[in-house]
Design a binder for this molecule. Structure first.
Ligand code: SAH
Length: 216
């Protein structure tokens, strides 16, 4: 992985812009100042990697803009030493940010090709400790539950029940939810007790849809 002075300068500028919003905790800012975002996007998009824009990755999917990655990472709370489940590995950038924040990350992707891409990107950048799974994220990973936090990086039609049931008591889940007519809301779900959940609307957002099944 090559991290030139030019990349480092662009990354500093991106992080400065995020820090200026005074919204995200210092662990998010710290992690995003280290993870080489340019190493996760397609070679042709290298120069745009640190701009406040979503970018195309393989299989017609997109990597979220930096502020969206920061927001979701922030919503999960203090994840140092915690077990985190991510739905939608994509190119692995968000996975790397969570690992850099000190979490033990389990991540599911439905496109086999993206699993391979993410695996390569993460290993190249020194994040070989991610647990990657090819599968349908609607089901979560019951064999590794409960999770202290869950992050969904594709937009579900509702809140998948399998995922709320795999959240530890006191745990948080940040997910975009479709509210009809193409309106997507970032929702924060907190599990208060075995049977109670709190749900909070955070703000409008834009993600690729969460789809059923696996693409091999
Ligand atoms: N976190 C990613 C964002 C990728 S976009 C990154 O940093 O690059 C969202 C991803 O969710 C896409 O790769 C898409 O294929 C995946 N996805 C959509 N539905 C899914 C499902 N049911 N299970 C797992 N992954 C899914």
């Amino acid at each position: 992985m090559i991290d030139t002075a030019l990349h480092q300068g662009r990354r500093r500028k991106m992080v400065k812009g995020l820090a200026a919003k005074d919204t995200y905790n210092e662990r998010v800012i710290g992690a995003m100042s280290v993870v080489p975002r340019h190493a996760f996007v397609s070679a042709g998009l290298d120069s745009m990697a640190y701009e406040e824009k979503p970018l195309a990755i393989a299989c017609g999917q997109t990597i979220s803009q930096p502020s969206t990655v920061a927001l979701q990472s922030h919503l999960l709370g203090d994840i140092r030493g915690k077990k985190v489940l991510e739905i939608g590995t994509g190119c692995g950038y968000q996975t790397a940010v969570l690992l850099q924040m000190g979490a033990d990350v389990y991540t599911i992707e439905r496109h086999k090709e993206l699993c391979t891409v993410a695996n390569g990107n993460l290993k190249r950048c020194g994040y070989g400790n991610a647990h990657l799974f090819l599968g349908d994220g609607h089901k979560g990973l019951p064999q590794f539950a409960p999770f202290d936090s869950i992050i969904v990086t594709c937009c579900a039609n509702g809140i998948p029940q399998a995922l709320t049931s795999q959240l530890a008591v006191g745990g948080r889940m940040a997910l975009p939810v479709e509210r009809g007519k193409g309106v997507q809301m970032m929702v924060l779900v907190t599990r208060i007790s075995e049977s109670e959940y709190r749900q909070e609307d955070i703000g409008l957002c834009s993600f690729v849809p969460m789809l059923e099944g696996v693409v091999k």
